[in-house]
Design a protein around this ligand. Structure first.
Ligand SMILES: [Fe+2]
Length: 214
């Protein structure tokens, strides 16, 4: 889920590939105070947390104005909260075939809340390193946008999820991708060529690549 943007809002019409209304389960199936409202409150808290986190992450970098993220957080930024359930894998299943393959996240940062079941791995050089779940702690993934802003000084983390046999795994990633119209220029302000990619351009291009269509 993301912000509850009305379906006829101009911003949805302008960015139909990256913005869409939430699809909530009917309140008969799950009462709003059990699912929808806690999700909305948690989403709002994560927006604030991400804002503070990004401010801290750029505090030590030269030339990043204090206001840099104002526009990035404006106009219903793309910010997906995406609870995931990995069911137990039956014996004999090819783990590679059912794992979430190696990738980097597209946005600025991802905040990942895990349960006590492991499965997440990050690439360190040539090796895959398991990330042990820590209760009540977030794994913070740097995404592609932050790598672009810093020209690679901060690297987007290559990671994958390898399912574990014999148990359920739950994780709740929060992907912060920002205002779709925000223009992605490195923090130093120097851009290459005349074309300036927006958040929307970047997300469409990365999704097409992931789907093997670009
Ligand atoms: Fe990811």
């Amino acid at each position: 889920m993301s912000f509850d943007i009305p379906p006829n809002d101009e911003r949805i019409k302008k960015h139909p590939y990256v913005q869409s209304p939430n699809q909530w389960p009917s309140s008969d199936a799950i009462p709003d105070d059990i699912f929808k409202e806690p999700m909305q409150r948690y989403h709002a808290a994560l927006i604030n947390l991400t804002r503070g986190l990004l401010a801290i992450m750029v505090a030590g970098l030269p030339g990043v104005p204090f206001s840099f993220f104002d526009e990035f957080f404006a106009d219903y930024p793309i910010a997906f909260l995406s609870p995931k359930h990995y069911p137990p894998i039956p014996e004999g299943t090819d783990l590679e075939a059912v794992s979430c393959g190696e990738h980097t996240d597209f946005g600025a940062v991802t905040l990942l809340l895990q349960d006590r079941v492991s499965g997440l791995e990050i690439k360190d050089g040539d090796n895959w390193v398991p990330v042990p779940p820590v209760e009540y702690a977030y794994v913070v993934n740097i995404g592609d946008m932050f790598q672009k802003w810093t020209r690679g000084l901060y690297r987007s983390t290559l990671h994958r999820v390898v399912p574990v046999r014999g148990g359920h795994r739950y994780s709740i990633p929060f992907f912060f991708d920002g205002n779709p119209a925000f223009r992605l220029v490195p923090f130093d302000g120097e851009r290459e060529g005349d074309f300036i990619e927006t958040v929307e351009d970047h997300l469409i291009s990365r999704n097409l690549k992931l789907a093997g269509k670009a």
